[in-house]
Write a protein that binds this ligand. Structure first.
Ligand code: PGA
Length: 261
């Protein structure tokens, strides 16, 4: 093992792996109950952190179902505003009322379909942090950007905005690298492709905080039971943000088991 690998492995050991389900706009009272009961029943050997980011109307239901289990609650978005006349928005403080521990911010579907800019995403991360919620900041390039050789520039720009707005609090965030071309497509980044970007993000975070080892870097984009172990074995991949496979208890649990070492 080279000294560099040794160093990376050591710092990876300091971070608890984290597997987060992103249910997106899926679920119902009945389906959520079945899914969560099955997940809870299979979680006994999990040593990694496990969270589910659920649609807003189900926060209370899922909060109750998760009680007493090491299954943490997350939201899929948070308002960039604190409170007031913002029809349809949900504030960080409201999420906190329901025991929310994580909020995804800047998911590519929000950037793409809701025109969220880097600055808005950075403010959302700030709102979450000030309510004691860990933002899971998503970054990732489109296929066109990758093909144009812009992957590094895009993810660095997206993360730089969050670092700029959040200063020393940056050690409290989670980052998810989600190449847009891999989300929901079945086309996963190879472990080497993902590791390359994760190493870049880790270096960027190291330059911004004295405690980069606290920050979990998740990979997202068609992570599934067959590819999870090889992705999670990479030195700078600390966990996963799981979409489709988080809706099937058996698949989600296999990924949780792969992260529990
Ligand atoms: P996927 O979604 O696992 O279905 O690709 C991941 C995500 O969008 O967070």
């Amino acid at each position: 093992m080279s000294s560099t690998t040794k160093h990376l492995t050591k710092s990876k050991d300091m971070r608890q792996p984290l597997i987060v389900g992103n249910w997106k706009m899926n679920g119902s009272l009945a389906a959520n109950q079945d899914l969560l009961l099955a997940i809870k029943a299979g979680m006994d050997k999990a040593t990694c952190g496990v969270a589910v980011c659920v649609p807003g109307p189900y926060l209370q239901q899922v909060q109750q179902l998760c009680e007493g289990k090491a299954l943490l609650l997350g939201a899929q978005d948070v308002s960039a505003h604190e409170q007031g006349a913002f029809t349809g928005e949900v504030s960080a403080a409201m999420l906190r009322d329901f025991g929310v521990r994580f909020a995804i911010v800047g998911h590519s579907e929000r950037r793409q379909y809701h025109a969220e800019t880097d600055a808005v995403v950075a403010t959302k991360a700030q709102r979450a942090l000030s309510a004691g919620i860990t933002p899971i900041v998503c970054v990732g390039e489109t296929l066109a950007e990758r093909e144009a050789g812009q992957t590094h520039a895009v993810v660095k720009r997206q993360l730089a905005a969050v670092i700029h707005t959040n200063g020393h609090c940056i050690s409290e965030i989670v980052v998810a690298y989600e190449p847009v071309w891999a989300i929901g497509t079945g086309q996963t980044a190879s472990p080497e492709q993902a590791q390359e970007v994760h190493a870049l993000l880790r270096a960027q975070l190291s330059a911004a905080t004295a405690q980069p080892e606290r920050i979990a870097l998740l990979y997202g984009g068609s992570m599934n039971p067959s590819n999870a172990a090889s992705l999670l074995a990479q030195p700078d991949i600390d966990g996963g943000l799981i979409g489709g496979a988080a809706l099937k208890a058996a698949d989600f649990l296999t990924i949780v088991a792969a992260a529990s070492h």
